[in-house]
Write a protein that binds this ligand. Structure first.
Ligand SMILES: Nc1nc2c(ncn2[C@@H]2O[C@H](COP(=O)(O)OP(=O)(O)OP(=O)(O)O)[C@@H](O)[C@H]2O)c(=O)[nH]1
Ligand SMILES: [Mg+2]
Length: 321
């Protein structure tokens, strides 16, 4: 049996080592990871995916830790992926320290993994999603993705979640920043965390008034208060996530959203493959390199792009003859 087949078989049985190995292969862009993902795709769809995002230090990990405990009490298994796109230079160990879930490590029903961008943001959200897929295939009931929400590429990580939770804190102006960062648009639920601090009630009112500016939809997000460090408000958050899930399921939106995401994912994979194929050609690379070393600033980028695309097309045609 090939080693991929061995991993796949064990992964589907829920084996932790096979799961860890699969995620490492995904992280390293090992060709075996595509084999594994292709083979397990039919088993995907059971896990409910929750995205948790918000500004740095808002208490996201503390909340994830509490949510995991809540789901464990209900008898569910949980996978957690903590994505850290902001610090390309932190390795796994350092990142591990930032995840405040140490007492969960020994629980067989919980699998926690952190992923860092290792220098480039590109592809990280896709890798995190692939990791969520293998956690799903390994039988987890819930997969929680945590990422700091500061820019679009970070938000991509949680956009694949069925329910997205945005965590904010009472500090003034937080909700305005959140609005700017696009968090208002993607949230299905807001958590005003650190409600033990001054200004919590004001912040809730502020977020709610921001939400009124948003076009009203069938699902309008609620703002819940929490003190994650004391476990306060966590049961209510889990309940609200469940409510959102029921809403999606009743309107058949869960499957519709998931299909839309798969379609987007296919488009992005095709884009990456085509682009790679395009620039793998030495003629086309030379054309661009010559341009960079030329002193002529009056060359039309459109004309050159046309030339490159023509070159690509004619070579493809030749290949097919
Ligand atoms: N006062 C107070 N502190 C909290 C609360 N929740 C979390 N904290 C503290 O806030 C700090 C940051 O918490 P984390 O859970 O690491 O926050 P995070 O959003 O995951 O941080 P990053 O992943 O680094 O962006 C920690 O020291 C927590 O103990 C809370 O409800 N009240
Ligand atoms: Mg964190």
């Amino acid at each position: 049996m090939s080693s991929s087949n061995h991993i796949i078989e064990n992964l589907l049985k829920g084996d932790r080592r096979a799961l860890a190995k699969s995620i490492s292969l995904i992280e390293n862009e090992d060709p075996q990871s595509s084999e594994i993902l292709a083979a397990v795709y039919a088993k995907i769809g059971k896990a409910y995916r929750i995205g948790i995002t918000g500004p740095p230090g808002a208490g996201k990990s503390t909340l994830v830790d509490q949510l995991v405990k809540q789901y464990r009490k209900q008898g569910h298994s949980v996978g957690v992926i903590a994505v850290d796109p902001t610090s390309p230079f932190t390795g796994g160990a350092l990142l591990g320290d930032r995840i405040r879930m140490n007492d969960l490590v020994l629980d067989e029903g919980v699998f926690i993994r952190s992923m860092a961008s290792r220098g480039s943001l590109g592809g990280l959200s896709q890798k995190a999603n692939d990791a969520a897929d293998v956690m799903d295939a390994s039988g987890k009931d819930f997969v929680i993705l945590e990422t700091v929400g500061v820019g679009q590429s970070e938000l991509d990580v949680v956009e694949v979640a069925d329910t997205t939770v945005v965590v904010l804190v009472p500090e003034s102006g937080d909700s305005v920043q959140a609005m700017k960062a696009g968090l208002m648009e993607i949230a299905d639920l807001f958590v005003l965390n650190k409600a033990d601090r001054d200004g919590a009630q004001n912040a809730i009112v502020e977020i709610e008034s921001m939400l009124h500016l948003r076009a009203q939809r069938d699902w309008n997000p609620k703002v819940l208060r929490a003190i994650a460090s004391q476990g306060e408000g966590v049961a209510e958050i889990a309940e609200m996530i469940n409510k959102h899930r029921k809403f999606l399921e009743e309107d058949n939106l869960l499957n519709k959203n998931r299909k839309e995401r798969i379609s987007k994912k296919i488009q992005s994979i095709v884009r990456q493959r085509l682009e790679k194929e395009f620039w793998d050609d030495s003629n086309r690379r030379t054309l661009i390199e010559n341009l960079e070393s030329s002193n002529d600033l009056n060359l039309s980028p459109y004309k050159i792009a046309d030339q490159l695309v023509e070159n690509f097309k004619s070579r493809m045609e030749k290949k097919n003859e």
